[in-house]
Design a protein around this ligand. Structure first.
Ligand SMILES: NC(=O)c1ccc[n+]([C@@H]2O[C@H](COP(=O)([O-])OP(=O)(O)OC[C@H]3O[C@@H](n4cnc5c(N)ncnc54)[C@H](OP(=O)(O)O)[C@@H]3O)[C@@H](O)[C@H]2O)c1
Length: 242
């Protein structure tokens, strides 16, 4: 049910953090997994070697040309996890057009472009898994991440809409929604004891998650075990959404 032998996968932004944990679990359950990051080929290659997949690809998701190149390198895939994102902490009335465009392009537009690139072949094969990665900020936005939160809400809409249209072809489209997960992204912010205390106070479980906490949910949604689950958000957040 969870066996992914014979399946080929790409996890964007998988050189560290949540993406790496998802790539590892897909690999552990038998998939051939492409490791990806924006441009550091040495890092991508090293992580692929650590995973013993040997498969890696780089490309900045803010640039549609790179998405075409990523597709040219991987070819058709069975599983795509759109995990990479960028976020800027800026008060709402100081957000620049550049920051807006960067977050919308890397987070939202690339999710659509990855769907457009990979889902048609999944439909033709009558089996496919597309997993977007959202954020608890879809429900509880951080006051200094207005555009990031909005990009994740928009991804949720994209997931609902496309899931319905490709379901009859055996392709599921879902959204894994992490809460506070300890990754290099928030190392610095959580190192501030006062900020960390405030964040933890908002998590009913009382602790921040590890990247591996997202692995089981991703495996469910990327395997045959999840064949009847589509168009959902699956929060992995210790109850923070509540
Ligand atoms: N950590 C959390 O608490 C948390 C909470 C809610 C949601 N999330 C979501 O979970 C996902 C993973 O988060 P994370 O904390 O694991 O992130 P992370 O530690 O910052 O890692 C991000 C990964 O994405 C790659 N990446 C960044 N910008 C990219 C770009 N423009 N093009 C291609 N690759 C890019 C990074 O590599 P390079 O920088 O080398 O390219 C890295 O591999 C994100 O979608 C994030 O929004 C995280």
């Amino acid at each position: 049910m969870f066996n992914l032998t014979g399946k080929r996968a790409l996890v964007t932004g998988s050189t560290q953090g949540i993406g790496y944990a998802i790539a590892k679990v897909l690999h552990d359950y038998g998939a051939e997994v492409y490791i990806h990051c924006s441009k550091d080929e040495v890092k991508a290659q090293a992580v692929a070697a650590k995973l013993e997949s040997g498969l890696w690809v780089t490309g900045d998701l803010g640039d549609p040309e790179y998405i075409k190149r990523i597709y040219e390198k991987t070819g058709e895939l069975d599983i795509v996890v759109a995990n990479a994102s960028v976020q800027f902490r800026t008060p709402w009335n100081e957000i620049s057009a550049e920051e807006f465009d960067r977050q919308i392009n890397v987070n939202l537009r690339s999710t659509l472009e990855l769907m457009q690139a990979y889902i048609p072949a999944m439909q033709a094969k009558k089996w496919g898994r597309f997993l977007a990665v959202g954020s608890v900020q879809q429900y509880r936005p951080h006051m200094h991440m207005v555009v990031y939160a909005a990009s994740k809400c928009a991804i949720q809409s994209l997931v609902h809409n496309v899931a319905k249209q490709v379901a009859e072809d055996g392709v599921t489209v879902n959204n894994l929604v992490p809460g506070v997960i300890i990754t290099p992204r928030n190392d610095e912010a959580l190192a501030d004891a006062e900020y960390a205390r405030k964040v933890l106070a908002g998590i009913p479980a009382g602790f921040a998650g590890q990247p591996s906490d997202c692995a089981g949910a991703a495996l469910l949604l990327c395997s045959d075990a999840g064949r009847y689950i589509t168009g959902i958000e699956l929060p992995v957040d210790g109850g923070m959404k509540l």
